[in-house]
Design a protein around this ligand. Sequence first.
Ligand code: NDP
Length: 241
Amino acid sequence: MDELPLVVITGASSGIGAAAARVFSAAGHPVLLLARRAEPMEALGLPRALCVAADVTDTAAVARAITRAEAGFGPVDLLVNNAGMMSLAPVVDLDPGHVQRMFDLNCVVPVLLSRLILPGMLARRGGTIMNVGSIAGKTLYGDHTVYCGTKYALHAMTEGLRRETAPHNVRVMLVAPGMVDTGLLGNTGEGEVLDAYLAYKKSIGGGLVAEDVAAAMLHAYRLPQHVNLREVVVAPTVQDA
Ligand code: NDP
């Protein structure tokens, strides 16, 4: 049987990215895993996995990691732009550093990393980029102004890039999860905003588990190259917001 191609996943040290790493690896793909913390990626214990501790805003470091991974496993066939950050607060209370980091990580990085692998995909007339957006890129939620802004922007750029690459048979997909039980709340400080989020999360049974999203990703990716499931919105059935 032919070897399955290389999958690159950013933000693979926790949550959705770690689940995607497990699911794509279990499906037989070699994986390049990127996040700042190496230990949780290595602890996944996946075969044919290159775990690289890198800040994905350091595009040169990511480029070096991709070169190493491609030397061992062949060209990247799927890039999952998953690394992201959410800091919730009314704008007046939001840490200015968090504003910048959310835009850098949620918007700028997916574009710059796509630029790294696109020339190869365009030349091969195949490959997939999967951007992890959010239902917060479709609907405004209280205290989510900047986070929603980053995800609305990412959704727009995902569709724009899809149109650019469509004539070259390269797929660009959006995966937009609803509430998922992960470490994403780690940047929202204690107080009313966090309490309200947690109360809603509890009221809907805690949200999806990350593996639910990873399974949807694998399903979308496994469709034949001529089929682009452009947008996957995956949320708890009982989530009404
Ligand atoms: P987590 O906080 O569990 O995971 C975020 C991941 O991003 C971690 O692996 C983290 O690793 C990595 N990361 C953060 N900053 C950087 C950086 N500068 N460089 C490299 N890696 C970085 O959250 P989720 O799994 O929930 O989030 C994954 C994606 O899913 C995000 O884009 C998020 O917006 C989106 N999403 C999540 C939803 C949810 O309810 N959980 C709903 C909708 C969308 P490390 O700290 O080791 O660098």
